[in-house]
Design a protein. Structure first.
Ligand code: ZN
Length: 503
């Protein structure tokens, strides 16, 4: 008689997980192992790992005909975390484990040949899907437990080896579930940026940076080489507000799926700076089993593009849809997956190829044609997504020597100001997803609260400066943030006139 055993695991599909049933059927016949159900090459290779792991755990690998089915069969599956559920299904269908010892739980882990467990990608996504399904326990490699325990409401048990798990399930030896973890946090990219106090002069650019961080608003610094554009942008990483618990889960999922942080939690807002030579796939995400790209790894943080015109046109065009929708849709074999991509875009550029166009002391050596072509590299639609354009000029040398501001006061004050403004916005919009930077035109009518004088000033200015409708609404958005930094309920004429400078 043949026995069919069932073990549950999870397939991460894009940003979510789907429950997969690993079925094992053991029948008489020539000894063989077959895996069906749209598994990838990694899953086919599981055969050898599973055989060795079972034998080396001093358990019995059945000398029979074994068929493993991964259901639902129409869903493509990839990853090494199927090793553990496949091994357990074989042990159950050969009578070494009982089905009820496996129910109500999900299992995931890569097996080494000696039967120990190796960490896997996407552990937090797997734990979340198991919890949603109403399972009470999830068994994961010990190394993945800290990260997975960000998910509450399911017992997460760290496993070191197949043998230890086997004895635990037979109730012959107890593995204690992971307690609530507190320490062990890591940031995706340590905040090594300079602080505002490290940057001399540039008071206007610093002010713009604070406004941009508080919105958040997409920002472009333009100016000659050596003016400190990159340093200003990098100072942002230390100015971003702390993550909420929910945001931490979202970011940890993304980093885990990308394979960038499989064991730790993400503890601070990301600051991603992909080089202009990086591929379109690494920038926006993709691959046969789609992984998040830099724009998703910058979710809830900053995407920094240094020397914007150096990026290939196709990469910049690929940013347009995510900048609009705050998500990125990637097509795959059957259908598509969606990853979040709500980032603040921070970019820099020289005014011309040589960099000195408009500089007071250095002559520009470019022809007017070269300058025009250089500036045309940025498409209108991309520039439309940028709320603030900040000219940065070089600081005279005598300024640089005046290094009397060794205190960290400016940076600390800015951090507080930004956090306060975030709270004001949170109370206004009553949603963590909404902010001054992503207000729709309808939101603007509802929340902008322009005083009559401010409205009159904006009307006059928009006629005089010939502002496009888009620029008109952007001015209000930026003015709203300036008013919030001022703790002012209404937007006043001074807020409007400051916002008008940043275009
Ligand atoms: Zn030039």
């Amino acid at each position: 008689m043949s026995v069919v055993a069932k073990v549950m695991t999870v397939a991460p599909i894009g940003f979510e997980g789907r429950i997969i049933e690993v079925e094992s059927d053991t029948t008489k016949g020539l000894p063989s192992l077959q895996i069906v159900g749209m598994g990838s090459k990694a899953i086919d290779e599981a055969k050898e790992r599973v055989k060795s792991a079972i034998a080396n755990s001093l358990l019995e690998y059945p000398a029979r005909r074994i068929t493993i089915n991964l259901a639902p069969a129409e869903l493509p599956k990839d990853g090494t975390h199927y090793d553990l559920p496949i091994a357990l299904a074989i042990l159950a269908s050969s009578g070494q484990l009982r089905q009820e010892e496996l129910d109500k739980a999900a299992f995931a882990g890569e097996l080494a040949l000696d039967g120990t467990l190796r960490p896997i990608r996407g552990a937090i996504v797997i734990a979340e899907a198991a919890k949603k399904r109403g399972l009470t326990h999830i068994y994961l490699p010990s190394a993945n437990v800290d990260q997975a325990s960000l998910i509450e409401g399911i017992e997460i048990i760290g496993v070191d080896s197949l043998k230890a798990l086997f004895l635990h399930l037979k109730q012959e030896m107890r593995i204690t579930p992971a307690g609530k973890q507190t320490g062990q946090k890591s940031s995706p990219e340590e905040s090594t940026g300079p602080e505002l106090d490290d940057i001399y002069g540039q008071e206007q650019a610093k002010r713009a940076l604070i406004i941009a961080a508080a919105g958040p608003h997409n920002i472009l610094f333009t100016g000659p080489p050596g003016a400190g554009k990159t340093m200003l942008a990098r100072a942002l990483s230390g100015l971003l507000s702390p993550l909420t618990a929910e945001e931490q889960v979202t970011l940890t999922k993304l980093y885990s799926l990308a394979g960038e942080s499989t064991e730790e939690r993400v503890a601070s807002r990301p600051f991603r700076s992909p080089h202009h030579t990086s591929s379109r796939v690494s920038l926006v995400g993709g691959g046969t089993n789609p992984k998040p790209g830099d724009i998703s790894l910058a979710h809830l943080g900053v995407l920094f593009l240094d020397e914007l015109p150096e990026y290939p046109r196709s990469s910049l065009e690929a940013l347009r849809q995510p900048l609009e929708d705050k998500t990125v849709s990637i097509s795959r074999a059957n259908g598509h997956v969606v990853f979040p991509a709500d980032f603040m875009l921070v970019a820099t550029m020289n005014p011309c190829p040589c960099g000195y166009y408009g500089d007071a002391t250095h002559e520009c050596s470019c022809s007017s044609m070269q300058i025009l072509n250089y500036q045309k590299r940025l498409s209108g639609p991309l520039l439309d997504r940028i709320d603030m354009i900040i000219p940065v000029s070089r600081v005279p040398h005598r300024y640089l020597l005046k290094s009397d501001s060794v205190s960290k006061k400016q940076h600390k004050n800015a951090q507080k100001l930004i956090n306060d403004t975030k709270k004001i916005q949170h109370n206004r919009y009553r949603s963590s997803m909404k902010n001054n930077g992503n207000m729709t035109n309808r939101d603007i009518k509802k929340y902008a609260a322009l005083s009559d004088e401010a409205h009159a000033l904006l009307e006059t200015a928009s006629k005089k400066l010939d502002l496009s409708a888009r620029r008109y609404f952007k001015t209000i958005k930026v003015a709203r943030t300036i008013a919030d930094l001022d703790h002012s309920e209404h937007i006043t004429p001074s807020h409007i006139s400051e916002a008008l400078q940043y275009r």
